[in-house]
Design a protein around this ligand. Structure first.
Ligand SMILES: C[S@@+](CC[C@H](N)C(=O)[O-])C[C@H]1O[C@@H](n2cnc3c(N)ncnc32)[C@H](O)[C@@H]1O
Length: 477
């Protein structure tokens, strides 16, 4: 990002006010009202995210704090070739101390607009945004064509005033930040753009499903920006939330999505990669290679030892057992399973005209190489660089067999696993999160038994529920 002189001045002044005022705020109230201000550089980035601006901008900034986002929006609007003719701003701020500073920010915006010949009007509503918006008379005649938000976050309890107010607006949601976005979308006219910075939690989890549905039904996502390093966005405020920025167009037609991170350039991603067409929960995926998902894998509760599961490398080293290898099954043989037999999460065996061997002689010499009948999760030890996934897991469910040395197998003390556990484990190992974990934490393309022992896993109940299809992998994180 390269900034003009005005933008640099803006960023500096936002940061100066923020760093001066934030420490003077009452810590309890600050946390209750989610008063974590947007840093200048991020505000500036958000101000820049709007597509073409309408001639007459009607901007909403709900939970405006000291006005960082409005200031950024106005600065960016004035630096465009096609400047708007007028900007009318409505800010909501419930905290009087901040609202006083907000007045000053708006006065400065007015001055700058006047200098550029852009008409500027503004109003600060010193009230609770959600409750105020639920009052029907006020709600009816307010519409916006742009919105820029860094809403407060906090749980909304069942019995709270907010819950009732939201219900009257037809909104079901569990957190103040999703409430702010939902209410704002309701107040926008079709074609209007909303840019918001929020935690990522709404992207998955069943509590946020109604919000996701509302968002996806009423608007089109056009850009997603993800912060990969946990603390990068609110460093000075020490907020641990994982944040993201999104841009949506009210009533727009869903098209490809521009996906960027603080570590990588933006790329165009088909929407089907963001929300899978048949996803029953409408999870919003963020297919970025970064530490987000991987960190969540690291935070999982169990090791393999906790699960009482072991992982071993296939015992059949083919070149050491050549006299016992058979091209095809016959009398006195057991299946010999290679990674080539993996097929769609299961095993396709025997392979006709297989280059290697489909079977192993079943005799005294091979007894120690044969695994008891049962259900095992097998993983490939090696993947080619160009292969889609680092880790590929398949389920073997059958009689005694020889597992070849290019694969690892999960077992319980040498015996097989229950079908639910095996299915859950395979789904977990095949997940995007585990894939990213290996991409980030392992420099090579092999996944050894030791790597699998060092991996963190969900607990047994979670894996079994996953295996029964009662939850999805996304619910684990
Ligand atoms: C996360 S801060 C963001 C402030 C500002 N938009 C920024 O980006 O720096 C959220 C702001 O919302 C205000 N706020 C909290 N709850 C509110 C409510 N129910 N109605 C209106 N404002 C609220 C807080 O006082 C705080 O200033």
């Amino acid at each position: 990002m390269s900034e003009t002189k005005e933008e640099l001045v803006l960023i500096e002044s936002i940061d100066q006010t923020r760093l001066e005022i934030s420490p003077t705020l009452d810590p309890k109230r600050r946390s209750k009202l989610g008063q974590f201000m947007t840093p200048g550089r991020i505000a500036s980035f958000m101000g820049d995210m709007f597509d073409e601006l309408p001639e007459h901008v009607r901007l909403l900034d709900a939970g405006a704090g000291m006005g960082a986002l409005t200031a950024a929006f106005v600065t960016k609007a004035l630096s465009r070739n096609a400047k708007p003719k007028s900007i009318d701003v409505t800010c909501y701020e419930v905290d009087d101390q901040l609202a006083t500073i907000l007045d000053e920010t708006l006065a400065a915006c007015a001055e700058r607009c006047a200098a550029e010949g852009v008409k500027f009007t503004s109003e600060v509503i010193r009230d609770d945004y959600v409750l105020h918006s639920a009052e029907p008379l006020l709600h009816q005649n307010r519409t916006f064509n742009c919105a820029i938000l860094n809403p407060p976050y906090g749980k909304i309890n069942q019995a709270s005033e907010w819950r009732l107010a939201l219900r009257s607006l037809g909104i079901e949601t569990v957190n103040l930040y999703t409430a702010f976005v939902a209410v704002a979308l309701g107040q926008m006219e079709d074609g209007g753009e909303l840019v918001a910075i929020t935690p990522r939690s709404f992207c998955n989890g069943s509590y946020y499903e109604p919000f996701r549905r509302l968002l996806l039904a009423g608007s089109a996502i056009s850009a997603l920006h993800v912060f990969e390093s946990r603390r990068s966005s609110f460093k000075d405020d020490d907020v641990l939330q994982e944040n993201m920025i999104f841009r949506v167009r009210k009533g727009g037609t869903q098209d490809d999505v521009l996906l960027s991170t603080d570590q990588t350039e933006a790329r165009v991603v088909p929407f089907t990669e963001i929300v899978r067409p048949n996803d029953r929960h409408a999870f919003i995926r963020l297919p970025v290679v970064g530490d987000g998902l991987a960190a969540r894998v690291q935070a999982l509760p169990c090791t393999l030892a906790d699960l009482r599961i072991k992982v071993s490398t296939g015992r059949v080293v083919d070149f050491r057992a050549t006299e016992h290898l058979r091209k095809d099954p016959g009398d006195d043989t057991v299946p010999l399973i290679y990674p080539q037999h993996f097929h769609d999460g299961g095993i396709r065996w025997p392979i006709p005209d297989f280059r290697k061997h489909n079977a192993l002689a079943d005799c005294a010499d091979t007894e120690s190489l044969i695994t008891p009948a049962g259900i095992y999760v097998l993983t490939k030890r090696f993947s080619a660089k160009e292969e889609k996934r680092r880790l590929v897991a398949s389920i073997y469910d059958g009689g005694r067999a020889g597992f070849e040395n290019h694969l690892n197998y999960f077992h319980e003390n040498g015996a097989g696993l229950s079908i639910d556990l095996a299915r859950g484990l395979a789904a977990f190992l095949n997940s995007e999160a585990v894939d990213q974990y290996f991409r980030i934490f392992s420099g090579h393309t092999q996944v050894n038994a030791t790597d699998l022992r060092n991996l963190h896993y969900p607990n047994r109940e979670q894996l079994e529920a996953l295996g029964r299809g009662e939850t999805t992998v996304e619910d684990l994180f």
